[in-house]
Write a protein that binds this ligand. Structure first.
Ligand SMILES: [Mn+2]
Length: 405
């Protein structure tokens, strides 16, 4: 038995035209490797799309690829991730499933307040697959808490559990603050635990098998480009023992420049960057420039980025991006900036203000605030009139607040 484990494909993730096709390209390349490796099936552990409503162009390409995969008799099993859902709980995966292009394996019912999951059996290999979807603001915790684990554990055969959440015990360095689910809430005795959500790959031995998180197929932001360079997925094979091999997917190389600007002038920083790139060529790579620290003299705006960018593009860089969020000038008061993701910053702000509603408990209030933010963070759908859009937003918000409008 051999299968591919993808996660966090985030199709449509980059907005810049030069990178907007990168995640789709990564997906195409990964599928190419699956064909070469003759996998029996492919599993996708959430965040297949970057948004609930991907562009038609993106969908068109992906649906065509999924059809090709289907025609090669390679089933695709998926769970939805936090990015796949609209605030009303709709996901494009349902559309693809209805078209027969993939199978959503989180199926089950609630019996006596317990979530009973069913297995989806892969016909060719007999592998039994189930899993828990990921939701924004860790709303999936409710599923884990109410999961009927005994029933899942009693099932015999080769079992795969898909999840889209951070595991408390395996949070990578730098992501320790991420919300997570402890291993104790996972069903035991599965052969392979196929994770997503944490944008950094890892695998560990666990129970009789392996637990692995595939990470993104292509890095999704500046920090991930710097840290990961490229994305990838696992090819998992069961011979005598279970083996998971990480396959890197190279769409563009990444060249990262990082300069500590303390005790330097704007001119000196510029000269240092130019010095560092003058004897290099970039061969279609993405170049990231991170500047940190307090300039001794001159302002950040005095660094001539235009000439640096021109030079990099002349040396065949594919795309150049800079991050100067932690760059300050001694000529101004220093500003404290902590490099955090949007989600972490939101959570920190919410937590700071908890306890200001009279009725709710802090935990409920955190969940309520996040749900409400998700509901309000929606865009007008294609073909939707303003009136219908407004009505939908009001309805979602009032449902969450349990009030009538
Ligand atoms: Mn993700």
């Amino acid at each position: 038995m051999k299968f591919a484990h993808f996660a966090d494909v985030h199709l449509g993730s980059w907005r810049d035209p030069k990178l907007s096709n990168a995640s789709t390209e990564a997906f195409m390349k990964a599928v190419g490797i699956c064909y070469q490796q003759n996998v029996d099936f492919i599993i996708i552990s959430g965040d297949f799309f970057n948004t609930a409503l991907p562009s038609i162009d993106c969908l068109k390409e992906v649906a065509k690829k999924l059809k090709e995969i289907k025609d090669k008799s390679i089933p695709v099993y998926a769970i939805a991730g936090s990015h796949d859902f609209s605030p009303t709980g709709k996901t494009m995966l349902d559309v693809l499933e209805n078209a027969g292009l993939l199978v959503n394996v989180m199926r089950g019912s609630v019996v006596d307040n317990k979530l009973q999951l069913n297995f989806t059996v892969d016909e060719k290999t007999g592998a039994k697959i189930t899993g828990v979807i990921g939701k924004k603001g860790m709303l999936e915790r409710k599923y884990f808490e109410s999961l009927d684990r005994e029933k899942l554990e009693a099932e015999s055969g080769f079992k795969i559990f898909m999840f889209h959440t951070a595991v408390s015990e395996f949070k990578p360095k730098g992501l320790e603050k991420m919300d997570s689910t402890p291993l104790s809430e996972f069903p035991k005795g599965f052969d392979y635990y196929a994770g997503g959500h944490v944008h950094e790959p890892y695998k560990r031995e666990y129970g009789r098998g392996l637990i692995a998180n595939a990470g993104p197929l292509f890095p999704n932001n500046f920090r991930e480009l710097e840290k990961l360079g490229c994305g990838g997925f696992y090819i998992v094979e069961k011979k005598n023992i279970l083996n998971a091999d990480f396959q890197q997917i190279m769409v563009h190389g990444v060249f990262s420049i990082s300069v500590d600007c303390s005790h330097k002038s704007a001119r000196e920083v510029e000269a240092e960057i130019i010095e560092g790139i003058s004897d290099k060529s970039f061969d279609n790579a993405i170049v990231t420039i991170r500047l940190e620290g307090a300039l001794e003299s001159g302002k950040p705006s005095e660094i001539n980025f235009k000439s640096i960018y021109d030079m990099l593009y002349a040396k065949s860089a594919h795309f150049v991006m800079k991050n100067t969020a932690a760059l300050t000038s001694s000529e101004f008061e220093e500003i404290k900036t902590v490099a955090q993701s949007v989600e972490e910053t939101e959570e920190a702000v919410i937590k700071e203000h908890l306890g200001q509603f009279k009725a709710a408990l802090p935990d409920d209030e955190l969940l309520l605030t996040k749900s409400l933010m998700n509901a309000l963070n929606t865009e007008k759908a294609e073909g939707e009139t303003t009136a219908i859009f407004e009505g939908r937003v009001k309805e979602d918000a009032s449902r969450i607040l349990r009030v009538r409008m």
